[in-house]
Design a protein around this ligand. Structure first.
Ligand code: HEM
Length: 189
């Protein structure tokens, strides 16, 4: 395995992924030690809200909203959804209470791992489009328009299409399990 692949790609992604369970256990420990375990309960709604905001990228991509540069919104999706995953693992992944929320956390971890891998695939696809980028610049498109077109083209590559077959369905599984958990919590309140 080439050294640059290990250092520039695998290691940062693996560390970001490992930070989720390790960080969640640490945060949970500190909260309980400070007698503030209740904050973990609010980490659930807060994480879910961040996740919903992170999907502004999807709305922009489908032109349901016009504001925002798609490349910047994708970055926002990556950062917010990682933060949301950390909060949701603090909320539901440290102490076992029921199977449905735990399976939801498992799906969330799978989709986050796939997201961390997808980032690199997309970066590769965008690099491969350097010629198209130069051509768009020569045609005097704005940087925002160029970013939008390059993302659309990069998403069409075979690797990204195959990657979406994991990221999208597992997101649906996570959303279904999260919904069951939220409805059950409200009904049992
Ligand atoms: C570190 C975490 C994550 C990274 C780096 C990441 C990365 C990405 C990337 C690169 C895309 C663009 C691909 C495309 O538009 O087809 C994307 C799209 C998407 N991501 Fe993530 N993702 C992460 C976490 C999550 C999480 C936690 C969820 C849901 C629970 C999620 C759900 C989605 C969905 C549904 C799309 C498709 C957007 C659309 O086509 O409308 N992602 N993600």
């Amino acid at each position: 395995m080439p050294r640059t692949f290990l250092l520039r790609r695998l290691l940062p992604s693996a560390l970001l992924f490992l930070a989720l369970p390790v960080g969640a256990v640490g945060i949970d420990f500190l909260l309980h030690a400070a007698g503030a375990g209740w904050i973990g309960e609010w980490a659930g709604p807060l994480g879910s809200a961040l996740l919903v905001v992170s999907f502004a990228y999807s709305l922009r991509k489908r032109r349901l909203i016009r504001a925002g540069n798609p490349a910047a919104l994708l970055r926002v999706h990556e950062v917010l959804s990682w933060t949301a995953a950390l909060l949701l693992v603090v909320h539901g992944g440290v102490h076992f209470n029921a199977w449905i929320p735990w399976l939801g956390i498992l799906a969330l971890l799978v989709v986050t791992a796939s997201g961390l891998a997808g980032r690199h695939l997309l970066a590769d696809a965008r690099r491969a489009l350097a010629a198209a980028q130069a051509e768009l610049r020569a045609q005097s498109f704005t940087e925002s328009e160029i970013g939008e077109r390059l993302i659309s083209l990069a998403l069409l590559t075979g690797a990204m299409q195959r990657w979406r077959r994991v990221h999208m369905p597992v997101t649906a599984v996570f959303a279904g399990l999260a919904l069951v958990h939220v409805v059950a919590t409200i009904l049992l309140w």
